[in-house]
Write a protein that binds this ligand. Structure first.
Ligand SMILES: [Ca+2]
Ligand SMILES: [Ca+2]
Length: 138
């Protein structure tokens, strides 16, 4: 009876330990939760602060645009622009943008650490290809 109690509490401890680990390192890149659209505009009037990223439908930071806070944007609906439309990106000094061609952060993703006025000349992500992205601290 006593042994069974000890095994039971060990099992519970192990379970709690695993749960605790899961919450701190369940996602390899550190989940920060669903992203938030801070602002959306047109004519390129999106100005991200140091902790934000802005996406623009046209090159040279023009056209329809959104300012995004830290977080995960699993598809185009999550970041509020038409799918496969992003052509330029501004990146705040404290963050980086991991942009991916497919939903749920899949496909050949590229990490942007500086403003990029034209995705069309990049080697990984291309013009009008972004479908999901993560905004992460750098
Ligand atoms: Ca575009
Ligand atoms: Ca570029």
């Amino acid at each position: 009876m006593k042994t069974r109690l000890i095994i039971g509490s060990l099992t519970l401890s192990l379970y709690l330990f695993l749960v605790a680990c899961g919450t701190t390192s369940g996602q390899p890149s550190g989940a920060v939760g669903a992203g938030v659209i801070v602002f959306s505009g047109t004519g390129g009037n999106c100005s991200p602060n140091a902790d934000q990223v802005a996406l623009y439908v046209d090159s040279d930071f023009d056209g329809q645009c959104v300012v995004l806070a830290l977080g995960d944007y699993k598809d185009a609906a999550a970041f509020g622009l038409p799918d496969n439309s992003v052509s330029s990106v501004r990146v705040g000094a404290n963050v980086q943008a991991v942009v991916c061609p497919d939903a749920d952060f899949s496909g050949q993703c590229e990490t942007l650490k500086a403003d990029d006025s034209s995705l069309g000349d990049n080697t990984v992500i291309g013009d009008d290809e972004v479908t999901s992205l993560r905004v992460r601290p750098r």
